[in-house]
Design a protein around this ligand. Structure first.
Ligand SMILES: [Zn+2]
Length: 511
């Protein structure tokens, strides 16, 4: 029998300290409804989240000619501040309207990030799931995929039948997780009843210690996957969500969600075991960064001494992928003033400077005036003579890592030379996670002595062909996404939480 499956998505990673996210931010990246979703899916590089295509492809494999997508509404924006109230209200109402108009559906797939905050709502993801549940009723499967940095609430877990979070950081398994959601939904059509156990653990770790290749987080992810593997099919999914502390929300912290096939006790036993292991390891969720002056010194040395390995410096505190403005100039100014050579830096987001470079033209020299209209206290003004090396419209297709295959833009963009530092300047926020973002300016990364990226960690999956982990330096600068938590004035954050509150204690609560 043909199953009609509603497909919707509302994604945002909210940094509570960043400027509000607006309708314009969604329109710039992806705000697509109804049949237009299917048209977009048919394109070679859709603007939709990767999950949309992967879910449909998997469902097509499982149920050829026995399912029909019911496209509702998908909104995706670059991580930013809480979503603006009126747009949030509109989006939820629009989902409700389209879902009601679509008539009865047999399943709902929700593509979420899970760390959204709205201007007046602490748990917008939970609210959305609840509204969808109210419309489709208790019997229709609702499955959601989530980013690894999701802040999962009890409400989200209660309203959805299955939650599936990414397992990789940098995130390269969106397609696999969406495929997993399709398989789980198909099993539910055949009678499987998922049973979920949910445990919060008070660790809100800096994103720089939440890599899935090695370290404490890799260990717990691997433990979860091994247990699932060993369960003889009892366990459907294990998600150990890292959380996103900058949402400054009561639902921050790490979350273990285990879903078992028909067996609540099995889900609880494994979730409890993993949560206790996670807490036993909490001391490892801390990391020291490289001071700015030391990082600048390394870049100067790299420029002078060709026998040294090239390095990539990550400006982890100003990551547009975590809500950062992408416009702080601590590293740029430090490198220029120290006379560093052979440096390429990107992408500094400053539409004014990009416009001025376009007005000046390639080959011209002009005064680049950074941060003329700052939105945060971190955006120090900086005036400096710059030569325009290359102008572009900022459009690129991701080549490696998390952006692979996606058509994206940073808006009007320019590569400028300031002393020995070449800096790529763009207009729209986008973390520099893919070499294509520098290559579009004609940069040959293999020739660069020091690359500087505005990115917290996703650059690792893009730039790893040039920079193995030992050539990666995480730099301690001020900024909206600083891993130094004492830099922030927290408001709604769940407390106590480790490592911010070093004396945090925890015990597994009774079910
Ligand atoms: Zn993430």
């Amino acid at each position: 029998m043909t199953k009609r499956i509603a497909i919707l998505g509302f994604l945002l990673e909210s940094n509570a300290f960043a400027p509000l996210t607006t309708r314009e931010d969604y329109e710039r990246r992806c705000l697509i409804g109804g049949e237009d979703i299917l048209d977009e899916l048919a394109k070679p590089n859709p603007r939709l989240p990767l999950e949309a295509n992967a879910f449909c492809q998997q469902m097509e494999k499982l149920r050829p000619d026995a399912w029909a997508p019911v496209p509702i509404l998908i909104g995706d924006a670059e991580p930013g501040g809480p979503v603006e109230h009126e747009f949030f209200q509109w989006f939820v109402a629009e989902v409700e309207r389209r879902l009601k108009e679509a008539g009865p559906v047999d399943g709902v797939y929700i593509i979420s990030h899970g760390a959204m905050r709205a201007e007046r709502e602490n748990d917008p993801d939970g609210l959305l799931y609840g509204r969808v549940r109210d419309i489709v009723g208790p019997e229709v499967p609702i499955l959601a995929t989530l980013d690894l940095h999701t802040n999962i609430s009890r409400e989200m877990s209660d309203q959805a039948d299955v939650l599936i979070a990414y397992l990789t950081n940098p995130h390269v398994d969106q397609r696999e997780r969406a495929g997993e959601a399709a398989r789980a939904m198909d099993e539910m059509f055949k009678g499987m009843k998922p049973q979920t156990a949910f445990v919060k653990v008070p660790i809100a770790a800096p994103s720089v210690v939440l890599l899935s290749a090695e370290g404490p987080y890799a260990d717990i992810i691997n433990a979860g996957q091994a247990a699932q593997e060993a369960s003889g099919g009892k366990i459907l999914n294990v998600s150990v969500a890292a959380g996103f502390i900058y949402s400054d929300s009561p639902k921050c912290g790490m979350t273990v969600v285990v879903t078992a096939r028909d067996d609540l006790e099995a889900a609880r036993a494994l979730a409890g075991d993993l949560a206790e292991r996670l807490w036993a390891d909490h001391e490892r969720y801390q990391k020291a960064l490289t001071p700015l002056a030391d990082a600048v010194g390394m870049a100067v040395a790299n420029g002078k001494d060709a026998s040294r390995s090239a390095q990539i410096l990550a400006d982890v505190a100003d990551n547009p992928g975590g809500g950062g403005t992408g416009s702080t100039i601590y590293l740029l100014k430090g490198l220029v003033e120290a006379g560093a050579d052979g440096v390429v830096m990107g992408i500094v987001i400053d539409g004014g400077v990009a416009d001025d470079a376009h007005a000046a033209g390639e080959g011209a020299t002009f005064t680049a005036r950074f941060n003329r209209s700052p939105k945060t206290t971190f955006e120090e003004a900086f005036e400096v003579e710059a030569e325009v090396l290359k102008l572009t419209d900022g459009s690129f297709v991701g080549r490696r890592g998390i952006l692979r295959g996606r058509a994206l833009t940073v808006g009007p963009a320019a590569l400028l030379r300031i002393g020995g530092v070449c800096v790529a300047v763009g207009t729209f926020r986008k973390q520099c996670a893919d070499p294509a973002m520098l290559e579009m300016f004609g940069v040959d990364i293999a020739e660069v002595r020091t690359v500087v990226v505005k990115s917290r960690g996703h650059f690792r999956a893009g730039f790893d062909e040039y920079f193995p982990p030992e050539q990666v330096i995480e730099v301690d600068c001020p900024g909206l996404t600083s891993p130094v938590f004492s830099n922030f004035e927290w408001g709604d954050l769940c407390r106590p939480v480790f490592p911010l509150d070093q004396d945090t204690t925890w015990k597994l609560p009774p079910w």
